[in-house]
Design a protein around this ligand. Sequence first.
Ligand code: 5AD
Ligand code: SF4
Length: 437
Amino acid sequence: MQSTPKTFRIKSFGCQMNVYDGERISELLTDNGLTAAADGEDADLVVLNTCHIREKAAEKAYSDVGRLKREDGSRPMIALAGCVAQAEGAEAKRRSPMIDMVVGPQAYHRLPEMVAQASRGARPVDTDMPAISKFDALPKRRRANPSAFLTVQEGCDKFCTYCVVPYTRGAEISRPRADIVAEARALVEGGAKEIVLLGQNVNAWEHDGHGLAGLIREIARIDGLERIRYTTSHPADMTDALIAAHGEVGKLMPYLHLPVQSGSDRVLKAMNRSHTSETYLRTIEKMRDARRDIAISGDFIVGFPGETEEDFQATLQIVDAVRYASAYSFKYSARPGTPAAQMEDQIAPEVMDDRLQRLQARIAEHQLAFNRSTVGRDTQILIERSGRHPGQMIGRSPWLQSVHVESSAEPGTMLDVTLTAAGPNSMTGAIRQKDAA
Ligand code: 5AD
Ligand code: SF4
C-alpha cells in the first residue's frame, strides 16, 4: 500500500495534446496540495501520460513503468494515463502490478480522488468518456509559456483505417466558444504571446454555428496576444472561411500543418481519407492564393498495406508538388483493433525502411530550399528559450522555423530580426534596429 503522495512528476509522450493534458494535470495536482518534484528528486507520484499512435506503444509504457522501481526496491505511486491507459483499461493492472491507477484522457479531472483511493490501497480505473466535459472540473489557467497550447476540440469521427485515435480519444467534441476565449485570456494574462489551438481535427471545431475561422478572429482581438496557430487539420474540413482568415487576420501565422499521408489515390481510398491527391493540391493552391508566403507542413505514412513502389512514387510526387517547408513521416504500424491491421499485403519492414529513407531525403531537400528562400527576410521572432552557447537565444519565426540569435532577450520577447543564414533544421537571425526597419 502507498502512503499519501506529497510530490509528483508527469511524463508526457506523443502529441501536443498530451503536453497540454500534462500541464492541466500538473495544475490540478498543485491545486490539490501536491508539489512538482524538483529535477533529480524522487517523486511520490508519477503520472505516465502515454501515447498509443505508433509502434509498440503499450510495451513501451509497461517498460517505462518497470523502470520506476528504485534501487532500494521501493517505488512511487504510479498512474497510467493517456491513450495507452484508455486502450488497455483494467488489463493494465493485470499486466503490471506496479500500476496503482489507470486514467483515460477524458477522465483525468478525477485524478485527485483516484490518488486518495490508491492511498487507501485501492487500484481505481477510469476510462469513461463522460458527456460532461472534464474541462469544467479543471482549475483556471494561471501561468503560461510564451507559446501556450489550448485544446479546443478532441476526438475524431473520420476513422482513417490505420488510426487508433477514434478509439482512444473518442468522438469529435468541440469545447464551447466562451470557455475557449476565457482560457485564451487567462493564458495571455499568464504570459502567453502565442496560442496554439489544438485538436485531433482542430479545423472541424464548431460551436453555435461558428467554425474555427470565427473563433480565430475572436481570439485575435485579445490585447497582448501576438500570434495564433492551430493544429492538426484534416483536408476535408479546410473551409474557404478558414483559408480566407489566413489572408485577413494578421495574428494568424503563415503556417499550415495539413497531413496528406500518401500521394496515391488508391492508398488514400484504402486509408478512408476522404480526399484525393488532386483535392488536397487544390486546397494548398487556394491557401497560397490567400497567403502567398504560407509554410506548408504535413504527415506521411509509408508502407500502408498494399502500397506498391508506384504508389510510393506518387507520394514523392506530391512532396515535390507541395514543396513542404517541413513534414513528419512514419512507417505504418498496425494498431490493434483498426481495420488496416486486418488487411492483406502488410509490407515488409525492410521495404518500409527503404521508402522512409527516400521520403525523408526528399522532404529534407524541400525543407532546406524553403529555409534558404527565407534568407534576407526582415521578420519577428518569438523568443522561447536559451540556445546552446552563452549569449544565444532561440525563437520561432512566423513560419515556425527555429531561429538562433545573439541576444539576451527573455523568453516571451518579440524580437525584430533579419534572417541571415539557413540550415537544414534551423535559421540564424540578426537583431534589427527598430528605426532601421
Ligand atoms: N502507423 C503509422 N503512422 C500513423 N499515424 C497515425 N496512425 C499511424 C499508424 N498506425 C501518423 C499519421 C498521423 C500522425 C499523427 O501519426 O501520419 O497524421
Ligand atoms: Fe486518426 Fe484520421 Fe482521425 Fe487523424 S483524421 S486522428 S489520422 S482517424
